[in-house]
Design a binder for this molecule. Structure first.
Ligand code: HMG
Length: 399
C-alpha cells in the first residue's frame, strides 16, 4: 500500500447530512388487502408493512430527489459539492442523467460531476462508496448522493403490497457529523434473474421467492466473510441495517444470525435496534435503492439508546444482483443533525387514498407522443417546492 493510500484511508469520511422526502398520498394496506380478498394480517404481519406512499405524476424521481435534498443544503454546501450522484432504477431518460435536472433545481455549482447510477436497490450504496472515494481524493469537496425511486409491480400482482415511493439525500463530506464510513467493506456481484424491468415496461417483474433466497444467501456469504476477517464481530456492532423492500425481508436476513450463530445478548440487541430501523419504511413501502437509507434515518430518529462511537453495519442488496456489507461509526453530535419532527409530520400529514383513487393515480401516464401535457400539482406543502409541471415536445418541464 502506498503512503498516499494509507493517508487517504485515515481521513474520516462519511454522511454529514441526511434527509428524505416521500409523496403526500398513501394507501392503507388494510384497504388493499380487503380489495384483493386477502387477510389483512398477511400484509401487516406476513409482509410486515402498514402503508405505502403513492406518487402522482408530478412527483417523479427528479422532483422527489430535489425535494429530499433542498432543505438540508446550505449555500456553502451548494458551492462545495463536486460530485452529484442520483441513484435510481426508475430512470426518466435513456441518455441524460437525472442528476442534471436535479443540479439545476437545486442551483448547484457548475464545477461538478453529475451522473446517474443504476443497479437496482444497490445503486445508492455504489453512490455512497464512490462519494467516499471522491471526498478522500478531493479534500475540502463534498458529494451529494440521492436515492430516488418509485416501486411499481402492477395492480393485483403479488408484488403490489411491496410498492412505495420516495427519495433520500445524503451529503458525504470529510469529518462528517453523522456516520463515518469505514473504507473496508465486503461485496459480491452475480448475475441472477430474481427481479428486472425491461425498457418497454413501466412495472417490474420478480421471481419473488427466488429473490428472497438470493437476498438472504448473499447476506450470509458476506457476513461469514466479514467474520472470517474479524471485521464484523457482533459484540462490537450496536445495530445492523438491511435493505428493506418490506420489513419481513430484513427480518429474514437478521434471523439467519439467530439459533446460536451469534451470542444471544448480541442477537437480542440487534433485533431491538432492527425494530427501530423499520418504523418509517413500514409506512413508506419499498423505495428501492433508498430503502436502506430510510432505515438508517428511522434507526437514528427512533432509537434513544445509541450513542456517538457506536458502530453499525449496513447490508445493501440490489437484485440482479449486487450486495455489499459495510460499516460505520456514529459521530459526536449526530442527534443535532436529525430532523425527527419534520419527518414524523411528513408521514402523518399524507392524505389517505381510496382504492379507486390509488388505482387511478397508479394508472396515470405521461404523454409519449410529443404533445403538451400540463399536470396538476399534487403536493402544495413546503416539503415539495419542486415538481414536474408537465411535458412539452418530448421534454420534462420542472418547476
Ligand atoms: P406472496 O407469494 O404473496 O406471499 O409474495 P406468501 O404467500 O409467501 O406470504 C408472505 C408471508 O406472509 C409468508 O411469510 C406467509 O406465511 C405470511 P414468510 O413465510 O415469508 O415468513 N402470511 C401470513 N402471515 C400472517 N397472517 C396471515 C398470513 N398469510 C400469509 N393471514 C413476495 C410475497 C414478497 C414474494 C411478493 O410480495 C413479491 O414478489 N415482492 C416483490 C419481490 C421482493 O420484494 N423481493 C424481496 C427480495 S429482492 C429485493 O429486496 C430487491 C428489490 O427491492 C428490487 C431491487 O433490488 O431493486 C425487490
Amino acid at each position: 500500500m502506498t503512503q498516499e493510500s494509507n493517508q487517504a484511508d485515515n481521513v474520516k469520511v462519511g454522511i454529514d447530512k441526511i434527509n428524505f422526502y416521500t409523496p403526500n398520498h398513501y394507501l392503507d394496506l388494510v384497504d388493499l388487502a380487503e380489495a384483493r380478498g386477502v387477510d389483512p394480517n398477511k400484509f401487516l404481519v406476513g409482509i410486515g408493512q402498514s402503508r405505502m406512499s403513492v406518487a402522482a405524476l408530478d412527483q417523479d424521481i427528479v422532483a422527489m430527489a430535489a425535494n429530499a435534498a433542498e432543505p438540508m443544503l446550505s449555500a456553502d454546501d451548494r458551492q462545495e459539492i463536486g460530485l452529484l450522484v442520483l441513484a435510481t432504477e426508475s430512470g426518466i431518460d435513456q441518455s441524460k442523467a437525472a442528476a442534471l435536472f436535479v443540479q439545476d433545481l437545486l442551483k448547484l455549482n457548475d464545477d461538478l460531476r453529475a451522473i446517474e447510477i443504476k443497479e437496482a436497490c444497490y445503486g445508492a450504496t455504489a453512490g455512497i462508496q464512490l462519494a467516499c472515494d471522491y471526498v478522500r481524493s478531493h479534500p475540502g469537496r463534498k458529494a451529494l448522493v440521492i436515492a430516488s425511486d418509485i416501486a411499481r409491480y402492477g395492480l393485483d400482482t403479488p408484488g403490489e403490497v411491496t410498492q412505495g415511493a420516495g427519495a433520500v439525500a445524503m451529503l458525504v463530506t470529510g469529518d462528517p457529523s453523522i456516520l463515518a464510513i469505514e473504507p473496508e467493506s465486503f461485496y459480491e456481484s452475480r448475475s441472477t434473474g430474481d427481479f428486472w424491468r425491461p425498457n418497454y415496461s413501466t412495472v417490474a417483474f420478480a421471481r419473488g421467492k427466488f429473490s428472497e433466497e438470493v437476498y438472504v444467501g448473499m447476506f450470509e456469504e458476506l457476513w461469514d466473510k466479514a467474520q472470517q476477517q474479524g471485521v464484523a464481530s457482533p459484540e462490537n456492532l450496536q445495530a445492523l441495517l438491511f435493505h428493506i423492500p418490506f420489513s419481513k425481508m430484513g427480518r429474514k436476513g437478521l434471523r439467519t444470525l439467530g439459533n446460536g450463530k451469534i451470542n444471544e445478548a448480541d442477537y437480542v440487541r440487534l433485533t431491538e435496534r432492527f425494530e427501530q430501523s423499520i418504523v418509517y419504511g413500514k409506512e413508506v413501502g419499498n423505495i428501492y435503492t433508498g430503502s436502506i437509507y430510510i432505515a438508517l434515518v428511522s434507526l437514528l430518529e427512533n432509537d434513544k439508546s445509541l450513542k456517538p462511537g457506536d458502530r453499525i453495519g449496513l447490508y445493501s442488496y440490489g437484485s440482479g444482483s449486487v450486495a455489499e456489507l459495510y460499516f460505520g461509526t456514529l459521530q459526536p453530535g449526530y442527534r443535532e443533525r436529525l430532523d425527527t419532527q419534520s419527518h414524523r409530520a411528513l408521514l402523518d400529514n399524507r392524505e389517505r387514498l381510496s382504492m379507486s383513487e390509488y388505482e387511478a393515480m397508479f394508472s396515470a401516464q405521461l404523454v409519449a407522443d410529443g404533445s403538451q401535457q400540463d399536470l396538476g400539482r399534487s403536493d402544495h406543502s413546503a416539503d415539495a417546492p419542486h415538481y414536474l409541471k408537465g411535458m412539452k415536445a418530448h421534454e420534462r418541464q420542472y418547476r
